[in-house]
Each structure stands twice: as C-alpha cells, then as structure tokens.
Design a protein around this ligand. Structure first.
Ligand code: NAD
Length: 256
C-alpha cells in the first residue's frame, strides 16, 4: 500500500459509449489515469477522445477481439493495471420464448468476455505485482426477476468469476471485485422500460414505480457517476485489502 490513493494507472474499460462505462472513463481520465475505452459502437471514439481516453473498437462477443483489445492497451501504454468489465446488453422475454442466439450473445459478452479479458490482462498485472479487476455485475447477480434468464445467469456467473480471480490473484497483488447496482439511469434501462411495459401490459411510468422501484427503499434511479465513484475506490491503491467482494448500490433492494 502507498499513501497516495490515486497513483496514475493504465485502465482498460469496456462498454464506454454510454451509461456507466462512459461515466467511468470520464472519472478515470479526471484522476489522471491512462484509459483505453473499448466498445463496438464507433460513436464511442469521439466520446472517449473528448474525455481524454484512447479508443479501441471491438465486438467483445468475439474472443479474438477481447485479446486484441488487451494487446492494443499494452502496445499503447506498456501495461494494463485496471480492467473494468462493464459492457452489457439486456433481452427480456420468458424462458419459453427466449431466443437461443440472444442467450449465447449475452453469455458471450457478459461472462466469456470478462473471463478472456482478465486472462489476457493477467500476465501484465502479475509482472507488475499490482492489478485491479472490477466487474460491473448487477443486483441481478444476487436476485432474479422474470424474463431475464440470460442476463441473470451471466451476472450470477460473474460473481463466481470475481471470487475465483480474487483467490488466484491474492498472492500476486491482483484484486477482483464486483459492483451490483440496481436500476441506473442509462440507455440500457430506457430500453428495458419499453420492453417491460410491453411484456406486462403496463404504462412505462408504472414499470418504473411498480417493477423497477418496487423493492427499493430509496425510490429513485441511480446516476452513472454514483457507480463510477465506487469503481474509482476499488481501483485505488487504498483498496488493496478489498477482494472477492460484491458491492451493492441497490437502493436497499437486497436489505429485505
Ligand atoms: P448502456 O447500454 O448505456 O452501455 C452498454 C455499453 O456496452 C454500450 O456502450 C454498448 O455499445 C456496449 N456494448 C454492447 N454490446 C457490446 C459488444 N458486443 N461489444 C462491445 N461493447 C458492447 O448500459 P449501462 O446501463 O451503462 O450498463 C453497463 C453495465 O452495467 C452492463 O454490464 C449492465 O448489465 C450493468 N448494469 C446496469 C444497470 C442499469 O440499471 N443500467 C444495473 C445493473 C448493472
């Protein structure tokens, strides 16, 4: 541990063209870290560069693209210290009707890609005796809701990956933690509001009040910057004793 909680580091962050990932990129650039933002959406280039980050375009459902993203970070910056696995999508439909292709896409993006990215970044972290793997999971890594079988399975799996990485990395200076937010105000949630309204035959406002905030003690959506702040802490030198944990930002959802 050092007294300085914000030593400049090299961070690879996925899913950065909107929402939580975009907020994390901005937060890390403000802290003076060197950041590679990775997203399949080309619009992410301008967003990254405006924040002061470099951009690598990759569809992370492709394993080779995951490896190429880490190789690009090492080529540009010489190492990877921090990996933030954030890219994600959602699809809402009952198991009986859930398209197999959508299931595979969600598992590839939200469970296999975090594994492959961690695997590719691991040697650099081990060689430097310092690494941070931060997995953006979800409250749905801990509880289920109908209609989200693939998402919930991927997020529960991500907690298992986090715990295993923590045990393997402990002696090498590498920590791994998961963050489990409830509903955050992002495009991913905007789309879900429309999907759930259709699935439950409700108005969109009813979906927010009666489904999304039903189990919340704090009755509001979370801001992306509130998640970015916790990512910043878990990535800091001072969080070196924190590993294998799941950090809820869930408005009190799982307190009951
Ligand atoms: P978002 O839709 O705003 O951002 C997701 C990002 O992932 C986008 O930039 C998108 O382009 C990128 N992406 C999608 N498919 C990709 C692919 N194949 N390859 C590379 N990039 C890809 O969503 P968000 O709400 O900011 O979600 C970010 C993460 O947070 C996700 O893992 C999500 O599951 C998790 N999360 C979100 C909420 C929420 O309420 N918004 C709650 C809990 C957890």
């Amino acid at each position: 541990m050092t007294a300085n909680a914000s030593t400049p580091r090299v961070a690879l962050i996925t899913g950065t063209s909107s929402g939580i990932g975009e907020a994390v990129v901005r937060h890390f650039c403000e802290k003076g870290h060197q950041v590679l933002a990775v997203d399949f959406n080309p619009a992410g280039k301008e967003i990254a560069e405006q924040a002061g980050a470099a951009f690598f375009q990759a569809d992370l459902t492709d394993g080779e693209a995951c490896k190429a993203a880490v190789a690009d970070a090492i080529k540009r910056f010489g190492r990877v210290d921090i990996l933030v696995n954030n890219a994600g999508i959602q699809h809402v439909s009952p198991i009986e009707e859930f398209p197999e292709a959508k299931w595979r896409q969600i598992i590839d993006l939200m469970l296999t890609a975090p594994f492959l990215l961690a695997q590719a970044a691991w040697p650099s972290m081990r060689e430097n005796g310092w690494g941070r793997i931060i997995n953006i999971a979800s409250v749905h890594a801990q509880v289920a809701s109908p209609g989200k079988s693939a998402y919930i399975s991927a997020k529960h799996g991500m907690i298992g990956l986090t715990k295993t990485a923590a045990l393997e990395g402990g002696s090498q200076g590498i920590t791994a933690n998961a963050i489990c937010p409830a509903y955050v105000k992002t495009p991913l949630v905007d789309n879900q509001i429309a999907d759930q309204a259709k699935m439950h035959g409700m108005k969109e406002q009813e979906v927010i009040e009666n489904i999304m905030l039903k189990n919340a003690a704090v009755k509001r959506l979370i801001e992306p910057v509130e998640v970015a702040e916790l990512v910043g802490y878990l990535a800091s030198d001072l969080a070196g004793a924190v590993t294998g944990s799941s950090w809820n930002i869930d408005l009190g959802w799982t307190a009951q």
